[in-house]
Structure formats: structure tokens, C-alpha cells
Design a protein around this ligand. Structure first.
Ligand code: MGD
Ligand code: MGD
Ligand code: SF4
Ligand code: MO
Length: 717
């Protein structure tokens, strides 16, 4: 094994002790972080103390970054598949060989399908200018992020109402009086800054209404908990809006000035009374009325926080939309204690980072998923990944031949792993760029090991916010193995594909200098603290001059985008049949100590990971002969059957079972995670192409599973 430093990076193996400002990479939150390096090794990790919102805090996963770094169970060189897909036979390859192999297959793809036959998906977020530029420079419109199974529905709902993403709505925890959370499990599915702000707000007396069929740890902190029926939040919201209008608990001035479509809203909620929703949600009419009376006295410091996923079913978009409409009714936008709208640098008279994507020629080909065209409500900037898999299978609307999964593990992240594999198997080329052996990597043709977040530098990122910032992830240590940073990998593929201009930089510093041109910020300043603020203090926009990015400039309850899509603004609530007998809705979530499927093989996190249990209500478990602590068999209708221990508890709604996501891995080289627990995504059989038509997101929580006591001595899948 050669231990070689990636070319064109700073010499980092210097003796002595120093601090490098970076960003944690143990989950996608990317908290600002200080890395202590002693004699070329990482000796300590903590939050970036120059950023007061985080201080020295990291979560357990962040703190396990050292264990991740010094774990050898990861791809150490490029690997090229030698056996059948997924069979696990590989040969080590040099970077030249692997990159040439990829370039050849990309050429075949372009010959067969045109450049649009190349697609890439990634985890989105801060640094996505790089991957977008890469795809654009290849001449393809087909960049996707992961949002089909994450925040897609919420994002597209916000886009239909405000014209911008829900990520642009920043809750003012300092002054909020009441926060309503829809399955947003803030204290476990955590972001360090947010959970600190939430905990502080609760200590100072903020009220919290938490809505979830399962009593999560956040439910335990909340002042009100509603154990709603699964997938019923839309009915709840229609009734809350009905009551808010009836009690006149909304901000009339704000609505008058900024909201269009109140007539449509009134018509939609005319009959959705608190009594009407009772049988749909399980929340009593009286409790709902009391809630509305309470928030009437707290508005506008009341925040309806739809989180990222607001359930994942075929009306999720409308759950999110109605939650966002409630914010508009509260008049809480750009108000202390409400939602602050994230600002770009221009708002404070500063320039943003120069986009790399501008260096690549425009692509005029239509997207393969129809986002923005046949599906006007789906944001073309992020796409809808399941439709890429559909195109792989059907070659409609056109064929796709090559796919790069960069920082993304769709065989874990998308429902129905077998269906994902069937689609992938049609391709000429599957590449995984990862820091560990993912399920997708194991099925790929080529694995390219990216240097870890401690071993590499990223491009700079500009983050909008109450105060916009530029952030840096600098390289802390030399790569331990023969890996490379993504910017280098993409540059090399482009060079070999005859499209080199867009990313033709020799060093990451060259990229940084390009990005910083005209901003008044220098690389040295970035290195000094890792985070540079573009204003001294946040400044709210004047309330009488708010501008929304919708076609009308207003908050569009009667959305132009929905009209264009031929979709109703307020479809009738779809009544949910209650599963009975052996049948349950499968719900899922995360523990605070694991990030998706990527953490269970970490030597430290494996030790503290909770045992994966199946939460089931005593009223349903009893008749099935299922007892607390005993093994049950769970199946989702496909070939995959799991065995898991029951946790019999009233903390889960009668109609649902709940399990943690991130278990049930199958890669033999990741020995600590191998075969531990059950993979919820494999139980989501038949769900790859089942989605919310308006939001586009997969209908994961509509999965029905069957549960029965495990046969004594039954084999574990
Ligand atoms: N059934 C089910 N499906 C789900 C979910 C669920 O709870 N249940 N959750 C959904 C949600 S919310 C999301 S966000 C998605 C998440 O799905 P993914 O985005 O696929 O998950 P992650 O584990 O965050 O990261 C993806 C891959 O990036 C790799 N990676 C980590 N760091 C780096 C790096 O520095 N460089 C590179 N190149 N790779 C890196 C990881 O090893 C991992 O293989 O899954 C969704 N799908
Ligand atoms: N520790 C840790 N933190 C993380 C992550 C991680 O992997 N690990 N991932 C990050 C990412 S990518 C994301 S997207 C966020 C996700 O953060 P959250 O949005 O908080 O998501 P989950 O943890 O999946 O929790 C989902 C909750 O929704 C509930 N739920 C299911 N169906 C319904 C329903 O119909 N209505 C309502 N109201 N609730 C329902 C489930 O019971 C569960 O408790 O977490 C982020 N933070
Ligand atoms: S939430 Fe935890 S794992 Fe995620 S970036 Fe922050 S410290 Fe790291
Ligand atoms: Mo997510």
C-alpha cells in the first residue's frame, strides 16, 4: 500500500501543534470546527469557539471523527470491479487507470445518448457549486441532490409559496414564544447549533407543540404533544387554519399587504372544522381550539416549523404548504421571534462568492426528470432522483448511460434497494466517490476514494443567513491513503473528457482566490477563523417593503406554479385507512449518535449506538402474541424479511411501528456494521416510484409492513 500525499495540496505533515479551522464532516450538517493537529496527527476536535452559536460543542458523531479518520476499513486506492456487479470482486487501480476507465465509459455514453446521458447525484448543501459545475461542464442538465427522500417536499412547497427554499427561513429561537414541530425531532435528529438554541429557548420559557405518531425525545421536552395518526398532518393543518380564521387569530395587516389567495384558502377550510379532523388525526376538537386560542395570544412570535420532511407521503407537499401558510397567517416573517428570511451578501452591500458554475457553458437540453418543465412545482435546481432511476429503466424521456454517486448512497437512501439496483444495472458506468464502502459503492463499477474531511480542503461556501457568512474547510492532515479531494477528481475527469476549462485550477488556493474575487475577503482571513461574517449584526428588512420571489412578488397561497402544473392548491384530504391485524405503517427516524447509514461501522459510534428495536403499541402487540423484548419478523412485501426485537410501548401510535434507520448494512469489508439490524429502506418495497405528485418526494411513510412473532430459532436476514 502506498501512502502518498495528494498532489497540489499544502504540506500538512509539519511537526508541532497547531489549530486548523474546518467543518465537521461526520454528517451533512457541517458544523464549524477547530482541529488540533500534533505532529501531523489529529489529536482533538471541537466546535469553532469563534462562532458563539456553537462554542466548543460537537455532537457524539462529530467527536468520533478521530476514530473515523484512523479506521482503516475504507477504500484506500481507486478500485475497479472485476466480478459481477455487487459481487465484491475488485482490483486496485492507479488514479490514472481509474480515471481513464471512467473517461472511456463516459465517451461511450455520450456516443450512445449524448452528454445528457450522464447524471450525478450528491448530498447537496454548502459546497454543491463544485459538483454542479462538473455536471454542467460535461454538458449534462442532470445534476440531482438527495432531496427526493429528504426535504424535497418541504423545499418545493416553500418555493410554491415564497419563491425561495424553506432553508431561507431561520427561526429566531431567542425571542420565539411558541414553536410547533411536525415530526421535527430537534434533540435527536440534531444540528448542534439548533439543538443548543432550542434547549436554551425551552429553558427561558418558549412553548413547544410537538406533533408525531411517536413520542421521540423531543416530545419529552415539549409543552404539548399530539400523537397524531400517521400521515394525517394535512387534516390537522386544515382544521388549525379553519380555527385561526374563525377566531381571527391572524395578522390582518400582514395578510392584506403580502398574501394573495385568501379567498381560495377560506373556501378550502370552510368545512374542515376541529370536529371534522378528530377522526382523521386523533386530536380532540377541544385541544385544537385551546391551541389556537393560545397561539392567538403569542403571535407573531409563533413558528410553525415544517422541518425537512414533514412526513413523507403523497400529500406531504400540502402538509408543508399549510404549515408555511400558517406562518404567513401569524405574520411572523421578518419579525423578532418569528422567521427571519436569510440574506445574501448583496443585502448588506457585499459581493457573494464568484460561482464556479458560471465558468461552464449553459446547457440547453431538458432535464430527464421533467423538474421545472413537465413538473413545474419540482425545483430543477435539485431535481427528483427517483425519476432518474425511472429513466435508467425505461430510457424515457431519454436514455441514461452513466451515473456518479458523489457523497451519496442511494442504495441506502432511496426506498427499495433491489429496485434501485435493477435500474442501476442498466448502466454502462456506475461510479461511487466516497470516503467509505457504501452500499452503492459496493454495487458500482469504480470506487474513487475521496480524502476525508480532515485530509482535504473543499471549495469555499457562501451561506445565506440573518448574517451571511463565507465558510472554509481547510485541510488539517495529509491523506493516510491514496485518496484525492473532489475538486481534483472532477478536474481530472473533465481534463480527460475534453471539457477542461471550468475546473482547470492547479491548487485549491487558486479556486479560493477565484471565488473570493471582488468580495473584499482574503484567503488569509478565511484561514484565520474558518468563518467570515459579511455584516457586523443582523438587520431585519423593513416590514413594509418585503419582497417574495414568486411571480407576483407576494406570498402565493394560490400558487402560480401549481396552476401551471394543473394541480389544485388545496386538494381534499385523502382519508387514510387504518392498517389492522399484522399490518402497520412503517415509520423511521434517527438516533442522536448515528448519521444515516454511514456511522455504524465507526469503532466508537458502534459502541454507543442504540440497539435497533421495533416500537409497537401494546394494544396491537398483544393480539399478535408479541411481547416486549422478544424477536419479531418484519416484511415489506418483497423478498427481504428482517428480524428485530420488539419494544412494546404506548409511545408509538397504534397504527404504526417505528424503527431506526441506518442499520442492516451488507458490505463485507465494513465488518462492524455488517448484518447489524434491519434496513428500513429494504422494507420499503415498491416505493421507489411512489411519490407526492406536487412535491415530488418519495412516499416513504406509506409503507405497509407485516409483523409476526419470529419463529423460534428463525434465521436472521
Ligand atoms: N428508509 C429511509 N430512507 C432515507 C432516510 C430514512 O430515515 N429512512 N433518510 C433520508 C434522508 S433525510 C437523507 S438526508 C438521505 C441521506 O442519504 P445519503 O445522503 O446517501 O446519506 P449520508 O450517509 O449522509 O451520506 C452519503 C454518503 O456520503 C459519504 N460521505 C460522507 N462523507 C463524505 C465525504 O467527505 N466525501 C465523500 N465523497 N463522501 C462522503 C458517506 O460515506 C455515505 O456513503 O437518506 C434518506 N433516505
Ligand atoms: N443524529 C442525527 N441527526 C441528524 C441526521 C442523522 O442522520 N443523525 N440527519 C440529518 C438529516 S439529513 C435530516 S433530514 C434531519 C431529519 O430530522 P427529522 O425531520 O427530525 O427526521 P427524523 O429523525 O427522520 O424523524 C422523523 C420523525 O417523524 C415522525 N413521523 C413519521 N410520520 C409522521 C407523520 O405522519 N407526521 C408527523 N408529524 N411525524 C411523523 C417519526 O415518527 C419520527 O419521530 O436530521 C438531521 N440530523
Ligand atoms: S451535527 Fe454532529 S456530526 Fe453533524 S456536523 Fe455537527 S458535530 Fe458533526
Ligand atoms: Mo435529510
Amino acid at each position: 500500500m502506498t501512502t502518498k500525499m495528494a498532489p497540489n495540496v499544502r504540506s500538512v505533515g509539519v511537526p508541532g501543534k497547531r489549530t486548523v479551522y474546518s467543518m465537521c464532516g461526520m454528517c451533512a450538517v457541517r458544523c464549524p470546527m477547530e482541529v488540533t493537529v500534533e505532529d501531523g496527527k489529529v489529536s482533538w476536535l471541537q466546535g469553532n469557539t469563534r462562532d458563539k452559536a456553537i462554542g466548543a460543542s460537537l455532537c457524539a458523531k462529530g467527536a468520533a471523527g478521530i476514530a473515523f479518520e484512523y479506521d482503516d476499513q475504507r477504500p484506500q486506492t481507486p478500485l475497479i470491479r472485476t466480478g459481477a456487479r455487487g459481487a465484491g470482486q475488485w482490483r486496485r487501480a492507479s488514479w490514472d487507470e481509474a480515471l481513464n476507465y471512467i473517461a472511456d465509459k463516459l465517451k461511450d455514453t455520450v456516443e450512445a445518448y449524448g452528454a445528457r446521458g450522464i447524471a450525478l447525484s450528491d448530498r447537496g448543501g454548502f459546497f454543491n457549486d463544485l459538483a454542479r459545475t462538473f455536471v454542467k461542464a460535461l454538458g449534462s442538465p442532470n445534476y440531482f441532490n438527495h432531496d427526493a427522500t429528504c426535504g424535497g417536499n418541504v423545499h418545493n412547497a416553500a418555493r410554491s409559496i415564497f419563491g425561495f427554499s424553506h432553508a431561507a427561513l431561520v427561526p429566531d429561537f431567542n425571542q420565539a414564544k411558541h414553536m410547533v414541530l411536525y415530526g421535527r425531532n430537534i434533540v435527536e435528529s440534531l444540528m448542534v447549533k439548533e439543538v443548543k438554541a432550542f434547549t436554551a429557548a425551552m429553558s427561558r420559557g418558549m412553548r413547544c407543540t410537538y406533533i408525531d405518531p411517536r413520542a421521540s425525545a423531543t416530545a419529552c421536552r415539549a409543552t404539548r404533544y399530539w400523537q397524531v395518526r400517521p400521515n394525517s398532518d394535512y387534516a390537522l393543518n386544515l382544521a388549525i387554519i379553519h380555527e385561526v380564521l374563525k377566531q381571527e387569530a391572524y395578522d390582518k395587516d400582514f395578510v392584506e399587504r403580502y398574501v394573495s389567495g385568501m379567498d381560495a384558502l377560506r373556501a378550502a377550510v370552510k368545512d374542515t372544522t376541529p370536529e371534522w379532523q378528530e377522526s382523521h388525526t386523533g386530536v380532540s376538537a377541544q385541544q385544537l381550539r385551546e391551541f389556537v386560542t393560545e397561539i392567538a395570544g403569542q403571535a407573531p412570535q409563533v413558528i410553525f416549523n415544517p422541518g425537512w420532511m414533514t412526513a413523507r407521503h403523497k400529500q406531504s407537499f400540502h402538509v408543508s404548504r399549510t404549515a408555511l401558510i400558517l406562518n404567513a397567517l401569524m405574520g411572523n416573517l421578518e419579525t423578532p421571534g418569528g422567521y427571519v428570511i436569510a440574506k445574501r451578501p448583496q443585502y448588506y452591500g457585499r459581493n457573494n462568492l464568484k460561482p464556479l458554475a458560471a465558468r461552464a457553458p449553459a446547457v440547453t437540453e431538458p432535464r430527464v426528470d421533467g423538474a421545472g418543465t413537465t413538473h413545474p412545482t419540482w425545483d430543477p435546481a435539485i431535481g427528483m432522483l427517483h425519476q432518474l432511476f425511472a429513466a435508467m429503466e425505461t430510457a424515457q424521456p431519454y436514455g441514461v448511460g452513466a451515473y456518479i454517486a458523489y457523497r451519496h448512497d442511494p442504495i441506502t437512501a432511496m426506498p427499495d434497494a433491489e429496485a434501485v439496483k435493477r435500474a442501476l444495472d442498466k448502466l454502462k458506468l456506475i461510479v461511487s466517490i466516497d470516503v467509505r464502502y457504501s452500499e452503492t459503492g459496493w454495487f458500482a463499477d469504480v470506487i474513487l476514494p475521496e480524502s476525508t474531511y480532515l485530509e482535504r480542503a473543499n471549495i469555499l461556501a457562501g451561506l445565506p443567513g440573518p448574517v451571511p457568512v463565507f465558510v472554509m474547510r481547510d485541510q488539517a492532515i495529509a491523506p493516510r491513503f491514496d485518496s484525492r479531494p473532489a475538486w481534483w477528481i472532477f478536474r481530472e475527469i473533465l481534463r480527460r473528457s475534453g471539457n477542461k476549462e471550468a475546473l482547470d485550477f492547479e491548487t485549491v488556493e487558486e479556486i479560493w482566490n477565484y471565488q473570493l474575487e471582488g468580495t473584499g475577503v482574503t484567503v488569509a482571513e478565511m484561514r484565520e477563523s474558518g468563518v467570515v461574517s459579511l455584516a457586523a449584526a443582523p438587520k431585519l428588512a423593513p416590514r413594509d417593503a418585503l419582497k417574495f420571489l414568486t411571480p407576483s412578488g407576494k406570498i402565493e397561497i394560490d400558487s402560480e406554479l401549481l396552476k401551471k402544473a394543473g394541480l389544485p392548491a388545496f386538494p381534499p384530504y385523502e382519508v387514510k385507512e387504518a392498517p389492522t391485524g399484522e399490518r402497520f405503517n412503517l415509520l423511521f427516524g434517527r438516533p442522536s449518535t448515528l448519521a444515516h447509514g454511514q456511522s455504524l461501522n465507526n469503532p466508537l459510534l458502534k459502541e454507543i449506538a442504540p440497539e435497533q428495536l421495533l416500537w409497537i403499541h401494546p394494544d396491537r402487540a398483544g393480539p399478535l402474541g408479541i411481547r416486549d423484548g422478544e424477536e419479531v419478523e418484519i416484511s415489506g412485501g418483497g423478498a427481504y424479511v428482517g428480524q428485530i426485537k420488539a419494544r412494546v410501548t404506548p409511545l408509538i401510535h397504534r397504527e404504526a411501528v417505528f424503527m431506526l434507520h441506518g442499520y442492516g448494512a451488507t458490505v463485507p469489508l465494513a465488518t462492524r456494521a455488517l448484518g447489524v439490524g434491519v434496513a428500513d429502506q429494504r422494507l420499503q418495497h415498491g416505493k421507489l416510484y411512489d411519490f407526492d405528485p406536487a412535491g415530488g418526494g418519495n412516499a416513504l411513510t406509506e409503507t405497509i409492513v407485516r409483523i409476526k412473532p419470529a419463529a423460534a430459532g428463525g434465521a436472521k436476514s
